[in-house]
Ligand binder design. Sequence first.
Ligand code: CMP
Length: 131
Amino acid sequence: MLKPDALNAGNIGGITKMIEEAGFKIVAMKKTRLTPELAGKFYAIHKERPFYGELCAYMSSGPIMPMILEKSNAVEDFRKLIGATDPKKAAPGTIRALFAKSIDANAIHGSDSDANAEIEGNFFFSQFERF
Ligand code: CMP
């Protein structure tokens, strides 16, 4: 999911180019916007974390672009491609090193397991939106 900072900065093209060049097929993609309640549902796993309120406020502050991506070993390879959550710790050449502004405005989210990828894909897309 591309976050509001990535869309506001005009980085949709730059980031999706890196995703495709890394061998991911974009199966579904759209521009949409979360309400604070929907952001809270999406990130329910972080409900007890101190940054949860800020995270939900930020993720509903502007448009986002969720995607379903396909590749062998996708979860692990995508996490390598995007880099560490905190852009200050992201390896050079990763999406977050190149495009993220802060730990909240960190350009992109990636699912952390196949099971969560399934849940998160279903959160945004119906079966008719996947090709
Ligand atoms: P993301 O991969 O979308 O998953 C949860 C998000 O919470 C994370 O990226 C960060 O943007 C945000 N966040 C804010 N503060 C923290 C923190 N201290 N640790 C982890 N994630 C944080």
